[in-house]
Design a protein around this ligand. Structure first.
Ligand code: KMT
Ligand code: NI
Length: 176
């Protein structure tokens, strides 16, 4: 995983958009974003370290998604445009990358985009209520395990969501 400020320049969302200003792990921690690295097993399964974390944090359900033109067909461009619309969820967003690469963009404290480049072996946990968006990289291929605490509650609520309880509790948690 590599995190940096997005250059906020126009262009294909799948390009790196690296401003050259890195973001360290403690800055991510302050906005509630957690990160762990452990390569998948030889057969492409979730490794023991990630299983342990899933157990510890009570992630009971999961699925595996592949985002690529071959998995979505004609709907691909529409699909990735929708993933890239700024939104929140009323639950954590937990993603473990098994293969390929992509970007999770999260809002900094001063409301700029921090771009998290993820690839094989990266686990990223976005807190409930954080504004974020996702795009595959120019490879147009990412395969990820999506973990859920309970039932999948991954409806994307578009910004603004200032009255949403998940949003207000998120803002309280980062102010504390
Ligand atoms: C999301 O919530 O944006 C996604 O699930 C994107 C795919 S996970 C790599
Ligand atoms: Ni999301």
């Amino acid at each position: 995983m590599k995190a940096y400020y997005h250059d906020e320049l126009p262009g294909d969302q799948r390009e790196m958009h690296d401003s050259g200003r890195p973001v360290d792990e403690s800055t991510l921690e302050k906005i509630g974003v957690l990160y762990k690295y452990a390569l998948p097993t030889d057969s492409g399964e979730v490794p023991e370290e990630i299983e342990a974390l899933a157990k510890e944090r009570n992630y009971k359900n999961r699925d595996c998604v592949t985002i690529s033109p071959s998995s979505f067909g004609d709907a691909y461009e529409d699909k990735i445009r929708i993933f890239y619309e700024e939104h929140i969820h009323e639950d954590e967003e937990i993603r473990y990358v098994v293969d390929g690469n992509g970007f999770f963009d999260v809002r900094s404290l001063d409301d700029h985009w921090i771009r998290c480049y993820v690839e094989k072996g990266d686990l990223l946990i976005l807190p409930e209520g954080i504004y974020h968006r996702f795009t595959p990289a120019i490879s147009n291929y990412i395969k990820a395990v999506r973990l859920f605490k309970e039932e999948p509650k991954w409806i994307a609520l578009p910004r603004p969501q200032e009255e949403n309880p998940s949003r207000t509790s998120y803002l309280n948690s980062i102010a504390a």
